[in-house]
Ligand binder design. Structure first.
Ligand code: PXL
Length: 280
């Protein structure tokens, strides 16, 4: 069984980061080892959340895992709270990188052109350092513009602009750069990617469900990670992630008992397992 390491926070309520990555990637048949960077009572979109920072513990987990000589087929990072945590994550990548393992960085830090609560203006430059160590990066439009230190072009910016941004992002150093949350004609939402080895762009989309919720990026990144570790091509893995996320949002929008803070990913896990079965 393949094993992935996921480094991000554990929000006790809020369905994001590890509480999404762990069930989804595990359900996809991949052993998921976690490095919690902090424990929060909720994600940061609630007021007055409690946070226990685990920066010092992250180093001790790494030291122990190195002593045990654990090996990982992938490393997937998400929300990271500080420059210090990013430095430690870079140490993890140095310690656990092997010729064929994949480093996936989701530079979680912003939405709608705004940094999340708690980040200062230097955070994007530290995330850019981490992106330079990745094989694949999957920012949304806000995060991509922050990584490039450019003005936010808006959610409806043209595909030409997204492609220009992708070429610039590739100069940070990742082999493959993908921008998510791209609007296509006919009310479709999807991704555009750029493979810096071949110089090729690729894209995919699903119908856009007009319902906004937190945590959709983490759902998308988790399915993507699980799919590439199941040997899907990068584009097929992105497409599976897009379809799964669309189904979760659709289900949530229709649910009269929905939570305001996250999407229903649980109801769609059987569908996800079926897709994997069909692909094997
Ligand atoms: O889903 C992104 C995310 C992850 N972790 C924490 C967050 C957020 C978004 O707000 O607050 C703690």
């Amino acid at each position: 069984m393949k094993r992935v390491m996921s480094i991000q926070d554990l929000s006790c309520l809020g369905k994001c980061s590890l509480s999404v990555a762990l069930p989804i990637i595990s359900a996809m048949g991949i052993e998921t080892s976690i490095v919690p960077t902090a424990v929060l009572s909720t994600h940061t979109q609630f007021d007055g959340f409690h946070i226990r920072d685990l920066t010092e513990d992250m180093k001790k987990v790494k030291d122990h895992w190195q002593k045990e000589d654990f090996k990982f087929d992938g490393i997937y990072t998400g929300y990271l709270a500080s420059a210090k945590q990013i430095d430690i994550v870079i140490d993890y990548i140095k310690a656990f990188s092997r010729p064929n393992n994949l480093v996936i960085v989701d530079p979680v830090m912003a939405e709608d052109g705004k940094l999340y609560t708690g980040f200062d203006s230097s955070h994007p430059s530290h995330m850019a350092r981490l992106c330079s160590k990745a094989d694949i990066i999957i920012p949304n439009i806000s995060e991509a513009s922050l990584l490039l230190d450019m003005d936010y072009p808006g959610e409806d910016c043209s595909q030409e602009k997204i492609k220009e941004m992708l070429v610039d992002l590739s100069k940070l150093g990742a082999k493959c750069s993908v921008i998510t949350g791209v609007h296509f004609d006919n009310d479709r939402l999807g991704f555009i990617g750029f493979d810096s080895n071949t110089g090729d762009f690729f894209e995919g989309s699903t119908k856009e469900v007009k319902y906004r919720s937190h945590g959709t990026g983490d759902v998308f990144a988790s399915v993507f990670t699980g799919a590439v570790l199941n040997d899907y091509s990068i584009r097929d893995a992105l497409m599976l992630a897009a379809e799964f996320t669309c189904r979760c949002i659709d289900d949530t929008a229709k649910d009269e008992d929905r939570r305001i803070y996250a999407v229903n990913f649980e109801t769609q896990i059987p569908w996800l397992c079926e897709q994997l079965k069909k692909a094997n």
